[in-house]
Design a protein around this ligand. Structure first.
Ligand code: ADP
Length: 485
């Protein structure tokens, strides 16, 4: 199949979240299965064009918006064998950041910027003669691709037979904007109705994408189910339910070239399931580095996360002191985000010297150290479309303690105290109480049921969340899109 990815982010060029990881890895995995994939994204002003060997490719390229034609240029680069095309249009992308200014104010013309990107991506296919079987859009930014195919290109010799796929990476972000942009976007006024683009007088990009896409997916089966409910769907549950079996969940993959303790160059020692002595060394070095009491027999619980309430870290904050006061356990915390949470976790080491270590900030090396050196890894998320850290943790033999939501529920198997089966510890209620008791369960397993602990570590490290597995699922989704289009 020929597939074009339209996206606002892609690793390594521009990243704010998991979307970029998917767009930077799934195309390569699809190519390894024999498909031909290209990626179209903006050329942001902040991008280091020399480092990524961007080459001028095409200029000018005319793009018809609803009521005007705009002219842009296109650059290209090779991302591990996948051609990436960068839309250069300084009016929209010649400014700092991706979505907002330095003060976190969203750019007011975001609907125009990403509506333009989407149409430019389709125009590019025409200009270079790339005839896609699948147009794969990601999140609200490019969700309109499906609508443009059906409204504008249904009769086009090049695009007319393409099927559309929309992947939702987080349904809380929908791209809802004033109707004043509607003419520019060229979506045609008869379609400005509540069953298509209209959302209480405004335009909802993601809703329109869901309605028009041939198939829709999100990044885990459980998150797909959760988003079908009023609480989880943020207003879009009815439209997802209308899709029937054309809305599914596919778990993201993990980049095991970067996250594998057998080869990880960032950690103090390498190890494998057959020989875990390197993990003990990683634990010792982690305890040293975070000024914890160096003791191999006290369990260490790791946190690597954005410090925001979605991640449940305000709930952990309510109970972490009670945990440390009543259990013989240590914490290592790495993260940045909301100021109150940064202040709270930043000050804990001074109050619990030798018991709690923390680092406020973003640090790739420390993230690897914590995955390798901890015994447990906690993610008490309120919701989690997929989540990556729990899958890294499994590979590093660091047992996840998670709330059973979204991708956390799909990737972690509950511990069975009778048989020792399972790969982690799950709880359901989003409360400090539930966190406290589940941590207690993990800690008592650590001290009192060593054979189970060893069995779980082996089971965890044997899990496979490779991109190849995800790519095969996307392949099936594409086949379904072609069948129903
Ligand atoms: P989300 O995309 O919602 O932030 P994920 O678990 O899917 O959550 O992915 C988070 C990624 O960001 C992981 O690769 C994690 O290691 C990394 N990360 C988050 N916070 C930090 C930090 N403070 N330092 C280093 N890496 C971090």
């Amino acid at each position: 199949m020929k597939i074009v990815f339209l996206a606002s982010e892609c690793v390594p060029y521009a990243k704010t979240g998991g979307l970029a990881d998917v767009v930077g890895a799934l195309p390569q995995a699809l190519q390894r299965l024999g498909h031909e994939v290209i990626v179209v994204m903006p050329r942001y002003a902040d991008m280091n064009t020399a480092r990524y060997s961007l080459r001028p490719f095409l200029a000018p390229m005319g793009v018809w918006m609803g009521n005007t034609e705009e002219w842009c240029a296109v650059h290209t680069a090779d991302n591990d064998g996948v051609p990436v095309y960068f839309i250069q249009f300084d009016k929209y992308f010649g400014r700092p950041g991706l979505y907002h200014d330095a003060d976190f104010n969203d750019y007011l013309d975001n609907p125009r910027r990403f509506g333009f990107l989407t149409r430019a991506g389709l125009q590019l296919c025409k200009d270079i003669g790339f005839k896609p079987d699948i147009v794969h859009a990601h999140d609200w930014h490019t969700a309109l691709a499906a609508a443009y195919l059906k409204i504008w290109h249904w009769n086009d010799p090049l695009l007319g037979r393409a099927a559309s796929v929309l992947t939702i990476h987080n349904i809380a972000y929908q791209g809802v904007y004033s109707g004043e942009h509607y003419d520019y976007l060229g979506l045609q006024w008869p379609n400005f109705t509540p069953d298509k683009f209209e959302d209480h007088g405004r335009i909802n990009f993601l809703k329109g994408g869901i309605v028009y896409a041939d198939v829709v997916n999100t990044v885990s089966p459980t998150y797909a189910n959760e988003t079908r409910t009023p609480a989880g769907g943020y207003g879009l549950a009815p439209y997802l339910n209308n899709k029937g079996d054309r809305y599914v969940g596919i778990l993201n993959g993990v980049d095991y070239t970067r996250w594998d303790p057998a080869t990880d160059p960032l950690i103090p020692a390498r190890y494998s399931p057959a020989d875990l002595s390197g993990k003990a060394l990683c634990k010792r070095e982690l305890q040293r580095r975070f000024l914890l009491d160096v003791n191999p027999d006290v369990p260490v619980i790791g946190v690597v996360s954005r410090l925001v309430s979605q991640k449940g870290l305000d709930l952990l904050a309510q109970t972490i002191e009670r945990i440390v006061d009543t259990m013989l356990v240590q914490f290592v915390i790495l993260g940045s985000g909301e100021k109150t949470l940064e202040a709270f976790y930043g000050e804990l080491p001074a109050r619990y010297p030798g018991r709690i270590g923390s680092y406020i900030g973003y640090n790739e090396e420390l993230a690897h150290w914590i995955e390798a050196g901890s015994d447990f890894f906690i993610m008490p998320s309120i919701y989690e479309p997929c989540g990556l850290n729990q899958m890294y943790s499994l590979k590093y033999g660091t047992l996840p303690i998670v709330r059973a939501t979204g991708g956390l529920d799909d990737s972690v198997q509950q511990y069975d105290e009778g048989s020792g089966a399972g790969t982690g510890f799950k709880f359901y209620e989003p409360s400090a109480h539930a966190i406290y008791y589940t941590v207690g369960w993990a800690v008592s397993t650590y001290y009192d049921r060593k054979p189970h602990l060893r069995q779980m570590i082996q089971a965890a490290m044997a899990q496979d969340f490779s991109w190849e597995r995800s790519a095969r699922a996307y392949e099936r989704l594409y086949m379904q899109a072609l069948a129903v289009r």
